[in-house]
Ligand binder design. Structure first.
Ligand code: PMP
Length: 454
C-alpha cells in the first residue's frame, strides 16, 4: 500500500566491497575534521547521499534497507512525499519564532491534543523547549521538582534519557555516566521489568512481581534510605536498553504505587511515542496514565528537530520563562509534524503497523529457531529486539556475535542498530509505512547475515 513512498523495495549493492571508494574518501575527510566523539560511522562505515522511505543510498550508489530510521526519527520514512509536498505549500513560513504563536504551532498543538487518549484529552498543556529529546527530559524533571518541591527522582535500570547533564543523570549506563562528570546526585535507580533478564529470579512467574515489591519498599519503607522523590521517570518500552517490554500490568502497578505515595509519573515517549508502537504513546497499550510525557524524534515529521513535554493542566505552576531557549519550536518541524499526523489518520497507519508488526515478529521467531545464539526475540509495533547469547540456558551475553551480524547486514544492504544492557541486542526500528516486500527482503538479508556470522 505504501510502495510509492519508498525509493526501492530491495537493497542494491553495486560496489565490489563495502564501504565503496566515495564513502572511504568522505570517512577519511571526516576523520581529519570531526571530533573523536563521532560514533555511528565506526559501527557502520558509510557516507550517505539520498534517501526515500525505508531505503537510503550511500555516496557510491549502494542502496540499503533502513531499519534504523535515523534512530527512530523517520516514522513515516525519509522524505515522505505527502509531507514534502505539503511543506511546499507553506513556502515563506517563518521558521524560528521563539515562543510567539504562529498558525503552524497552533495547528500542530490542536492536532496533537485531538490525538491524545481520552483520559488526557482536554486536560493538558504543551511546553516546547530546545529541539532534542534530552531537553524534553530536562524540562520534565524541572517541572516535577517545582510542582512537588522535592529534588529526588527515581529512574530505572536500562533507561536511556539523553546526554545533557540532567538527562544523563537519569540514564543508567555506567559507561555514559563516566566517573569524571558531575551528575545530579538526587537520582536512584529501580529495576525495570525485563522478563528475559529478571534481576531477581530467572524465569520468575509471574514476572515483574519482585521488582514491583522492591520499588514499593524503596518508596514506603521509612528506612529505605531514599527520600520521597518528586517523580519517577521511565520509558513504557525501553529502547536503547534493548527493546524491553514490561509484562502485562507492570506499568499500571508502578504508576499506582507512585501516585499512592504522591509521586509524579513521567513517561519518556521520545522513542516509543508518535506511533512507533502503533499508538500515539506506547503507554496506551496499558491502562497506566502519566502526569508528564516527553516527546521528540518522530514528531518533527521528516527528521526536523522538535521536542516537547505535555502535562496535566494542574501542574502548570512554573513561572513564565522557567524553561527557555532560542530554538523553542521549529515551525518547519511543527508544520511537518502536523502533516505527519494527517497522514497517519488518513492512511490508517495504526492498522498497517499492527499487520506489519506481526509479519516481522513471525519471521523473526522462525529465524530464532534456526540459530543457537539468538536467545530472545521481542517486539511491539515497529520496535524490535533480537538478543544474542552464548548459551540459551545461561543467557551469557554475546555482543561479539551481535556486532558480527550487524556488519554482515550492512555489507549485504540492511542497516540495523545495536543496544541492550550488554550491547548484545540488535534493534530494528523500521518506518511505520514499511511494506511486506521490504520486510521480506530486509529479513532475508538478516537471516543470511546470521548464517555468515555463525
Ligand atoms: N529518551 C529516549 C527514550 C531516547 O531514546 C533518546 C534518544 N535516543 C532520548 C531520550 C534523547 O533524545 P536526544 O538524543 O534527541 O537528545
Amino acid at each position: 500500500m505504501f510502495k510509492k513512498y519508498h525509493l526501492a523495495e530491495d537493497a542494491k549493492i553495486k560496489t565490489s566491497s563495502i564501504p565503496g571508494p566515495k564513502s572511504i574518501a568522505l570517512l577519511k575527510k571526516q576523520e581529519e575534521l570531526e571530533s573523536q566523539n563521532r560514533s555511528y560511522p565506526r559501527g557502520i562505515p558509510l557516507a550517505f547521499g539520498r534517501a526515500k522511505g525505508s531505503v537510503v543510498e550511500d555516496v557510491d550508489g549502494n542502496q540499503y534497507i533502513d531499519f534504523i530510521s535515523g534512530c527512530g526519527v523517520f516514522n513515516l520514512g525519509h522524505n515522505n512525499s505527502y509531507i514534502i509536498d505539503g511543506l511546499k505549500k507553506s513556502e515563506g513560513l517563518i521558521t524560528q519564532a521563539v515562543d510567539f504563536p504562529t498558525e503552524a504551532k497552533i495547528v500542530f498543538m490542536e492536532k496533537l491534543s485531538k490525538m491524545l487518549p481520552p483520559s488526557l484529552r482536554g486536560n493538558i498543556r504543551i511546553n516546547f523547549g530546545g529541539p532534542t529529546g534530552s531537553d524534553a527530559i530536562e524540562a520534565a524533571l524541572k517541572l516535577a521538582r517545582i510542582v512537588k518541591g522535592r529534588q529526588g527522582i527515581m529512574a530505572f535500570q536500562g533507561g536511556y534519557h539523553g546526554m545533557t547533564t540532567g538527562a544523563l543523570s537519569v540514564t543508567s549506563r555506567i559507561a555514559y555516566r563516566n566517573g569524571s562528570i558531575p551528575l545530579d546526585g538526587n537520582v536512584s535507580f529501580m529495576p525495570y521489568c525485563s522478563p528475559y533478564r529478571c534481576p531477581f529470579a530467572k524465569n520468575a512467574q509471574p514476572c515483574g512481581e519482585e521488582c514491583i515489591k522492591y520499588f514499593q519498599n524503596c518508596l514506603e519503607n521509612p528506612h529505605s534510605g531514599i527520600s520521597k522523590p518528586a517523580a519517577i521517570l521511565l520509558e513504557p518500552v525501553q529502547g536503547e536498553g534493548g527493546t524491553y517490554i514490561p509484562t502485562k500490568g507492570w506499568l499500571e502497578k508502578i504508576v499506582e504505587i507512585a501516585h499512592r505515595n504522591d509521586v509524579l509519573v513521567i513517561f519518556d515517549e521520545v522513542q516509543s511515542g508518535f506511533f512507533r508502537t502503533g499508538k500515539l504513546f506506547a503507554s496506551e497499550h496499558t491502562n497506566a496514565l502519566p502526569d508528564i510525557v516527553a516527546m521528540s524524534k518522530g514528531i518533527g515529521g521528516n527528521g526536523y528537530p522538535l521536542s516537547l513535554i505535555l502535562y496535566k493542566k494542574e501542574l502548570d505552576v512554573w513561572a513564565p520563562g522557567t524553561h527557555i531557549g532560542t530554538f523553542r519550536g521549529n515551525q518547519l518541524a511543527m508544520a511537518a509534524g502536523s502533516l505527519a499526523m494527517e497522514f497517519i489518520q488518513k492512511f490508517n497507519v495504526e492498522d498497517h503497523v499492527k499487520e506489519m508488526s506481526s509479519l516481522i515478529l513471525e519471521r523473526l521467531m522462525s529465524i530464532k529457531k534456526q540459530f543457537f545464539n539468538i536467545g530472545d526475540v521481542r517486539g511491539i509495533g515497529m520496535m524490535f529486539g533480537i538478543e544474542y547469547v552464548k548459551n540459551k540456558e545461561t543467557k551469557e551475553p554475546f555482543p561479539e556475535m551481535a556486532r558480527a551480524v550487524k556488519k554482515r547486514c550492512y555489507e549485504n544492504g540492511l542497516l540495523i542498530e545495536i543496544g541492550g544492557y550488554y550491547g548484545n541486542v540488535l534493534r530494528f526500528l523500521p518506518a511505520l509505512i514499511i511494506t511486506p516486500d521490504l520486510i521480506a527482503n530486509g529479513l532475508a538479508i538478516f537471516e543470511k547475515a546470521n548464517i555468515q556470522a555463525s
